[in-house]
Design a protein around this ligand. Structure first.
Ligand SMILES: Nc1ncnc2c1ncn2[C@@H]1O[C@H](COP(=O)(O)OP(=O)(O)O)[C@@H](O)[C@H]1O
Ligand SMILES: [Mg+2]
Length: 271
């Protein structure tokens, strides 16, 4: 579990993250959603320590990251996997070398053990046999999967993905979303995903934090979204008339179901 407490972060005279508090839960995909420029990336960078917040505190499983010494921070960072926007693979390295990189940097495994670990995570992201390909030889979706394999190769407890679907078509995006969700459950990780992709929100949004102009405007689950009356959230999620109609339909259906249940109670009497 990651606790974010009253985080404030600004650049020059502009406050970009304005007093954000939230709990990111273990074994779940915690989504940070919001329009472009709402502060998702800056917030994520504050959580992982790439930016120092101006004030506030971040706790990882109860330990204050904010007040940790460098040594403990370094140890914690090794439990954090990150999938960067655009995958950030090394172009001059093969898939295998890219995935092996964190093992070379942070472990004392021998080459055979490293190969085993690389092949294990490549299999997990359905890329068995792609070891010797270069990033330029594979599709965007495959690059993301290599990025995921690299992010999980050290068995992190915490996984951060900034816009994992950027540049992907909807079908490939779904594959990536499902993969992130599956590995989160399997490995029991605390996963944090920044996205403005509505499909992701509905597909993997166990816990959703909606950012609006630098503050937390709303939080809930993908199911709560259908019934939310938060105006800014509705403007963001149900941007088109078509989607607004779809939301209204779902609410009517749900109401119908509730009144059906009531009728049932009346017919069979209270239990
Ligand atoms: N390094 C930086 N220096 C100054 N302003 C920044 C920096 N990074 C982000 N910002 C500003 O912070 C705001 C939030 O940005 P960001 O977190 O990247 O938004 P999002 O990821 O939601 O699209 C934007 O107004 C952006 O211009
Ligand atoms: Mg961003």
């Amino acid at each position: 579990m990651i606790e974010i407490k009253n985080i404030i972060k600004g650049f020059a005279d502009k406050t970009v993250i304005n007093d954000v508090s939230a709990i990111l839960e273990t074994g779940k995909c915690n989504l940070i959603i919001g329009a472009s420029g709402s502060g998702k990336t800056v917030l994520m960078k504050c959580i992982v320590g790439l930016f120092e917040p101006d004030s506030g505190e971040i706790l990882y499983d109860g330990d204050s990251f904010t007040s940790m010494n460098d040594e403990n921070r370094k140890a914690l960072r090794q439990q954090i996997g990150m999938l960067f926007q655009g995958s950030a693979l090394f172009d001059s390295m093969t898939v295998e070398q890219n995935v092996m990189f964190p093992l070379d940097m942070f472990t004392k495994l021998n080459l055979k053990q490293k190969h085993e670990k690389v092949n294990e995570v490549l299999a997990r992201v359905n890329l068995t046999g792609a070891n010797n390909k270069f990033p330029s030889e594979i599709s965007g979706g495959m690059k993301k999967r290599v990025g995921i394999a690299r992010a999980i190769v050290l068995n992190p407890k915490f996984l951060f993905c900034d816009e994992p679907n950027s540049g992907l078509d909807p079908k490939t995006s779904l594959v990536i979303d499902k993969l992130i969700k599956e590995i989160t459950t399997e490995y029991g990780m605390t996963t944090v995903v920044n996205t403005h992709d509505m499909n992701s929100v509905m597909e993997i949004g166990d816990k959703i934090i909606f950012m609006h102009q630098g503050h937390k405007e709303w939080e809930g689950t993908n199911h709560d979204i259908i019934f939310s009356k938060n105006e800014e959230l509705n403007k963001f999620i149900f941007a088109s008339d078509f989607l607004q109609d779809a939301k209204d339909m779902r609410m009517l259906e749900a109401r119908g179901k509730i009144s059906d249940d009531r009728n049932m109670d009346e017919m069979i009497g209270p239990s």
